[in-house]
Design a protein around this ligand. Sequence first.
Ligand SMILES: C[S@@+](CC[C@H](N)C(=O)[O-])C[C@H]1O[C@@H](n2cnc3c(N)ncnc32)[C@H](O)[C@@H]1O
Length: 205
Amino acid sequence: MRASKGMRLRRAGFGGGVPESRRLHLGCGGRRVLGWLNCDVSGSELDVDLAAGRLPFRDRSVEVVVMQHVVEHLELHGQLIPLLRELDRVCTADAVLWLSCPDLAKVCAGYLADRGRALKDDRCRRYPDYSLDGAPVQQFVNDLFQARGRHRNLFDFELLAWALGRAGFGRVEQVKEAELLAAHPEFPPRRDDDQSLYVTACRSR
Ligand SMILES: C[S@@+](CC[C@H](N)C(=O)[O-])C[C@H]1O[C@@H](n2cnc3c(N)ncnc32)[C@H](O)[C@@H]1O
């Protein structure tokens, strides 16, 4: 497929056209996973702006999509739902989406339980360099909501399932990270079930 006007897309090391893949890893960041087409807004195998409303893939050409900690970066109505509708277009009838993001329900429960201390301790175990720069611990809850301006929207299961349903993915199930890793062991673990929501989504039958 040729890049259409307005599509921000850069081909990286694939020669001619947009590479085809049945397995998309969207918003990959620094985590390039072997056997997948690793896409991000820049510096990836295929640079795609997921907020642009159009994906550079053929109809019904994709069988599985993994998008970890990306949906919260997109505005709900103007960006995320259009992206999910594009995934509906490019996915085969039996395709599976695996999504994860900070869990609005766990974040709010964490604030009420201990102002976010257990959530912050969990982050520090996984990222020992993480720091609140001396701010009281509840600032961690703000960080989960805002990520210094990068987050647009947090989701609990109901809200994410609603957005997926608007785009034709009517069968949404909450899962654990372990289920993603069992299905696709090539993904590096995040070990973030304590603060993240993991779902799979398929088309309604
Ligand atoms: C929190 S990081 C997650 C990275 C990786 N998925 C992981 O699990 O570590 C969010 C990623 O989403 C990407 N992202 C945010 N908005 C995007 C957009 N509009 N188009 C493409 N990628 C985007 C960012 O560049 C970043 O790499």
